[in-house]
Design a protein around this ligand. Structure first.
Ligand SMILES: Cc1cc2nc3c(=O)[nH]c(=O)nc-3n(C[C@H](O)[C@H](O)[C@H](O)COP(=O)(O)OP(=O)(O)OC[C@H]3O[C@@H](n4cnc5c(N)ncnc54)[C@H](O)[C@@H]3O)c2cc1C
Length: 312
């Protein structure tokens, strides 16, 4: 069976759930070969055992120490040449998309970014124009390189013990821009916004008081997001902004609290599986995309919802 390459990117030695999603998509297409470009492979390989992966290719090198996207693209190109996979799947992070673009140039292949699905015929599904339109697209030149958004599929449970192969790569140049140091952001107990399966967001309707939003989020194990009105007002960090100029999220559940639902906000959350809106204006546009809506004051609704969650 032809293989599909998936790139195992990691943050501080931790393999994100998104890699399991790539493996799950990959299984639809062929046997799954995970590629690790890192000197931390001994820490990373055991973390892959719950994902449906048939083989692991490890490429070690000091070039990866600086989180070089160029080095990773070069290594992937060498592995693509060796393996002739049906496709290469990469997580749709900013870094993943840069690697995909560089790899596409090196392989003279087409690249599709921000897909939320891909089928066995290598047809990808992409939301475009701020999520208002869905397109189905395929690569017509070379080996398809596709980046997939986190939270797009349930990870197929597996108990794999993949074959591990080491490859060495000769690098043909250095990047002009390298990361000189990398310190993971100090996090609270909340999940990363783009990977969380539940996101609770607050907008101008919070009037700067995110306490009920945070309490509700914590009871659900959710990440906290914010509209641009809230981040521009300094009520919440810009890193938590959801939307066209913020982050794109696609969780199982998105709860919008005191957010009107402007097109620029919807661009970042419209592909969420279930959307719940709490807004005191029954005509707010957020209700057009919501699966469930509560017309009411978030300062009355959220504490009641939190009380129910605490009681269960
Ligand atoms: C180029 C560009 C890029 C942009 N990028 C983004 C982006 O990335 N993300 C983003 O979010 N926006 C973005 N915007 C801004 C966007 O157009 C909106 O202005 C913004 O999303 C509004 O935020 P909001 O819904 O919190 O505020 P508002 O539009 O003011 O809505 C507040 C809502 O809260 C409700 N409300 C008030 N009090 C309560 C209460 N007590 N209980 C319940 N409901 C209440 C109101 O009925 C209202 O619907 C962008 C704009 C531009 C021009």
């Amino acid at each position: 069976m032809s293989s599909v390459l998936i790139l195992v990117d990691h943050v501080g030695g931790v393999v994100p759930r998104a890699v399991g999603e790539l493996a799950t998509f990959g299984k639809r297409i062929g046997s799954v070969t995970a590629v690790i470009c890192s000197s931390k492979s001994a820490d990373l390989i055991p973390q892959l055992s719950t994902f449906p992966i048939d083989k692991v290719i490890v490429c070690d090198g000091v070039e990866f120490e600086k989180y070089s996207v160029g080095a990773t693209a070069q290594a992937l190109q060498a592995i693509v040449t060796k393996e002739s996979p049906r496709a290469v799947l990469i997580t749709s992070s900013a870094r993943g998309k840069e690697i995909a673009g560089r790899l596409a140039v090196r392989c003279d292949s087409g690249v599709l970014t921000d897909a939320i699905d891909i089928n066995a015929e290598l047809i990808a599904t992409q939301p475009v124009f701020g999520g208002s339109t869905t397109v189905h697209s395929s690569v017509t030149n070379g080996i398809p390189i596709v980046t997939l958004r986190s939270n797009s599929v349930d990870v197929e449970a597996s108990n794999s013990s993949p074959v591990v192969e080491n490859v060495s790569v000769t690098f043909d140049g250095v990047d002009k821009a390298l990361v000189t140091s990398l310190e993971p952001a100090v996090k609270g107990g909340r999940p990363e916004l783009t990977e969380a399966s539940i996101v609770v967001s607050g907008g101008r309707g919070t009037d700067g008081n995110f306490a009920p939003v945070e309490e509700f989020a914590d009871l659900l194990g959710a990440a906290v997001g914010a509209s641009r009105a809230a981040t521009d007002a300094g009520w919440y960090p810009h890193a938590n902004q959801v939307g066209q100029t913020g982050k794109t999220v696609s969780p199982q559940l998105y709860v919008a609290c005191g957010i009107s639902g402007a097109i620029q906000h919807r661009a970042g959350m419209q592909t969420s599986k279930t959307i719940v809106a709490i807004n005191k204006d029954a005509d707010a546009p957020i209700f057009d995309v919501a699966d469930f809506g509560v017309v009411g004051d978030l300062f009355a609704v959220l504490p009641q919802a939190s009380t129910v969650l605490k009681a269960n």
